[in-house]
Design a protein around this ligand. Sequence first.
Ligand SMILES: [Zn+2]
Length: 394
Amino acid sequence: MEKATHQATKEHNATLALKTIYHSDPLSRADIARATGLTRTTVSDIVAELLDQGLVTEVGPGPTAVGKPPILVQFDPGCRQLICVDLGGSEFRAALVNAQGAMLRTASLPVEDRKGEDALLLVFQLVETLWTQVTAPLLGIGVGTPGPVDPDRGVIRMAVNRGWEDLDLKGRLEARFKVPIHVANDSHVAALAECAYGGHGRSPSLVLIKAGEGIGSGIILKGRLYAGEGFSAGEIGHLCVERGGLPCSCGNAGCLETVASVPALLLAAGARARSNPGSALAKTLAARGATLEVLLERFEEGDPQARSLIQDLGTHLGVAAASLAGILNIHRIVLSGAPASFGQACLDAMAAEMRARILLEQGREMEVVASTLGPDIVLQGACALVLRKELNLP
Ligand SMILES: [Zn+2]
């Protein structure tokens, strides 16, 4: 028992020192002792071990007022590499990244109508493409995938569009690649990315809403992901926001995805054009087709029809987000994906709807912001997932 406690303390101290080095400019051993409250001897032992593992390097002498200058150490981003995979879109994407999440190589493969084992073979093929390009010890493979995922076992409970049910993705990848594998829901992984790289401080609470072909969200409570008892916490895509609304793929009607996903937005744009046949929006859609790019262009030119569509989009997102923010009493809501590209107009509409639906007091503290992480958010999150599980970073 005493031995176990001693080991746990040792690991805790090592994590504390590594985190401090990871988040700082080059530091001396004395700086690390000051920042962590650990003794100089403990820090020296830990740094010796981290040097042995190649996780940190010595970068030369630092400044000193008197005496021998101390040797500074820093985290070595090239010490490990990771393979990150995003199975969320119409193409599977992967990246080889360094231990600070910088992308070194990327690869992608269109999914087309592949399902079940065929779709899984595509995942293997994608990982193998990057596997041949690895130039440092591989820390592991991280995967963000649609559907509820048991993150401890790495089992995808159900991903309808991929035809996967109770798929042991972790087991299948481990058997093939023999490195640590970590799998989680793609919106949950995106929330981890926002937590690690979104500039919200070390232990933020936030809800990350990811909208594209589908809509999901991830909940971070004081720096930790809340996955839910059935691993589908934050599943807002199928919250009903319009009773008696359009039928949804889940069998219900009026779900958020029927009014605020990209396909729903483009359908709404088509309907708006048909009922306003003389409008600039109708003419542009007739000439160039209903795509997100065309709609964004009309929106940026101040087209009143396009602006009204985005107002509706923000309002619908706000209805669902209000429930989450109100119940959890989380102040920061971060929007990523296609709606975020419409900028402040969408965020303002969303915030206004949320404030109208939650307690005045909660609304005052609330902020709705766009993620700055861009389209690679799931890849970055898969990196954060592996770093968290393997090194207790970032
Ligand atoms: Zn639904």
